[in-house]
Design a protein. Sequence first.
Length: 761
Amino acid sequence: MTNQVHQMTSRRADTLSDSPFTQGLNGAQRLAVEALDGPVLVLAGAGTGKTRVLTTRLAHLLDTGRAMPAQIMAVTFTNKAAAEIRERVSTLVGRPVEGWFLGTFHSLAARLLRPHAERVGLKPSFTILGTDDQLRLIKQLLQAENIDDKKAPPRLVLSIIERWKDRGLLPDDVRGDIGQVANGKAPKLYALYQERLRELNACDFGDLLLHHLTLMRQHPDILEQVQNRFQYLLVDEYQDTNVAQYLWLRLIAQKSKNICVVGDEDQSIYGWRGAEIGNILRFEEDFPGATVVRLEENYRSTGNILGAAAKLISRNEMRLGKTLWTAAEQGDPIEVRTLWDGEEEARWVADEIEALQRKRIPLSSIAIMVRAGFQTRQFEERFIALGIPYRVLVGARFYERAEIRDAMAYLRLTASPDDDLAFERIINLPKRGIGPAALQQFHAYAKAHGVPLSEAALRLAETDELKPKMRTTIHNLMQSFARWRGLLDTLPHGEVAQILLDESGYTGMWQADKSPDAPARLENLKELVSAMAAFDTLAAFLEHVSLVLEATDKSTEAQVSLMTLHGAKGLEYDYVFLPGWEEELFPSRLSLSENGAAGLEEERRLAYVGITRARVRAWISHVANRFVHGSWVNALPSRFIRELPPEHVHCVSTIGTGGAHRASSYGSWEDKPREKVAPLWQQIKATSPRPITPRNEPPQIEGRVREIATPKTNGAFTIGDQVMHQTFGQGTVRRIDGDKLEVLFHKGGIKKIVASFVTRL
C-alpha cells in the first residue's frame, strides 16, 4: 500500500491539494480523487463513500482543466446511477455538465457504433430489439431448421447466444464443448441469428458492445479515433463487468492508460449472469504499475456489524483483501436466532418489527432480505395479518407474481367451472394452439347461449366449428379439469394442486424454460403448494388468497422493505433481518452443485452483502425444521453462521423453552460435524413438541437435508386427544365431525382440520 501511494504521488505533475472538492475527504478517498495520471484501482468496501469519490474525481478532472467533458468516458451499470452521477457532479462544479460520455455500457456503445454501423453490415438507423422480438426470431430459425422448440426452447437458445456475446465471441469464435442443445446446432443458429438481424437492420443489446469491439479490432482508424478521443475513463462497479465489457474497456484505455475503475471484489454476486470476478482481480496485471487505493473506513455500520462481515468474507480466497473499520460505536452484536420452523420465524420477525415500532422506529428503516424469492410468502402473510405495511423490492409480492396468478387461475377453474377470467388466463398456457380467434368464438357462443366460457369451449369442441386438433385439445383439457375436480373428494387439495400443475404441462413449461428466473418460479410454485396444507379445503385457501390480495397495501406510507439478497446490493437500512440461513437454502444447493468452490465463494459474498446493508442492528435466523415442497426437513444451520466471529455475535435459541431465550454457540460445530451435531439433535428431539423421526442417524453438517416424517392419522380420534399439525403446532381435539376435527391449538386458537392432516401425540 505504501509503495503504491509513493508511486502515485511521484507521478503527479502538480499539487492538487488546494482543490475545493477534496475538502472533507479522508486520506484514502483523497488519494483516489487526486490520482489522475495512469491506471487506478479503487477497492471501495461497503459503505466507504464510493459514490462520493467517483463524483468528486469527475468534478476534480473538470475543475483542474485536465480534460474537457467530451474527453471523459464514465461508465455505469444502470441509468439511475448515471443520472445520480450527472446531478452530483453538476452540483459540485456549479453548472450543468454537457457533452461528456456518461451512461451505461449499452448506451455508450450504441452512440459510438451508429456513425460506423455500415462497417458491420448495418445502417446508422438500426433498431435495438427487445426480448420478445428476439425470442420470436429464434423460434422462426428453429422452425426453419426443423428443430423441435420443445426440446430446444427459444429462451434456452437465446441465453446460450447471450452468454457467447458476453464473452466477446462471434459465431466463428465458438469452439470446444457446445453441448447438445438444438441437436448441437447452437453455433449455426447463432450465425443465422446474426444474419437475420443484419437483414432486419437490427441488433440486440449484446451486439451493441460486440459490434463496437469488433470495429475497433478490425479497423485501426476507428480504434485510434476512440483512443484519442477519450483521455480519461472511469468505470463504476467494475467487479460486475463481463468479458466483453472488460475487453472493450481495456482496448479503449490502452493508449492513455488513464483508466480508473471503482469496485469491490467482495461484492461480486452476479456470476450467474456473466459477471467475471477475475476482471478486477487481474487489473494490476492488465495495467502494470497501477495505483491501488483501498477505501476501508466505513461510514454506514457499527463495529460489531463490520467485524462479523469482515471475518466472514476473509475466508474467501478470490479477493485482493481489505479490512473495513469504523470510528462509530461498537453497537449491538449481531443476533443469531434459532427457531422451530418457518412460521415461528415469520412470527418472531414481525414481533421484533412491532417492538421497533413501539420505539418510534420508522418502518422505512427496516428491511428483510432473503436468499430465495419463495421465502417471502410467510412474512407477507404475517404482515398482512398484523396490518404491518410492507413492499416487495425487485419483484412482485408473492401472490401477485405471474406464475402464482397462473397457478391460482388453474385452481380457481378447478373449483369453479364458471370462472371465465381464470379460463381466459390459462386456456393457452402453456401453448396449446388456442389463440385470440378461438377465444373470440368461445365468447360469442357463451354470450349467445348464456353459458360460461369453459362450457362454450366444450360444446364447440363437439362441432365442426373448430379444427380437429383444437377440438381434441379442448376436449382433453376439459376432461382433465373434471378429473382434477373429482380428486378433491379423495385427496388433499395440495396434492391435487401438484397433480394439476404437472399434468397440465404448466410445471413442465417452466422446467423447459432456461431463463435465469425459471428456477425461482418453480420454487414459488412449490411454495404455493406447501402453503395450501394450512387450509382444510381448496375453497378456504382460495378465499384466503383473495383476502390477501384485497388487503394489499398500495399506499405510500412508510413500509417494511422485503427483498432478495441479490436485489439488496447498493441499499442500506438501519435494521436488517436475514432469515433462512440454512444449509442448501443459503448457501444455495444449486449454486454449490453447479459451480463448486467458486459458487460457495459467491454465496459467501452474498452473505457479506446482506450483513453490510445494516447500519444499526442485524438479525440472522435459521430454523430447525422447514416445510419444503410438501414435507418437513431437518434444516441444518448454514455454514456461514459458524464462520461468524463469537466476539461480534450473540446466539439465542427458543427451541423447547416455551419461548424463553437460551444462549447457544455454533463455534464448536466446526471440527467434527457428525459428533458435534449429535448432542444437539438429541436435545431437539427431547424438547420438541412434534415427533421427529430421521431416517437413521443424526445428519452431517455437510450432508443433504433429511426428511422428517410427515404427520399422518393413526386411527380414530377422541375428544381430548393431543394432536400435532404441521403448521398450527400442538392442540387439543374439542369436537369430531366425521373426518373433520375442531382443534384448540395452543398458539393458533380454534381451527377446523381434516383428520388426516394431524397426528396424535
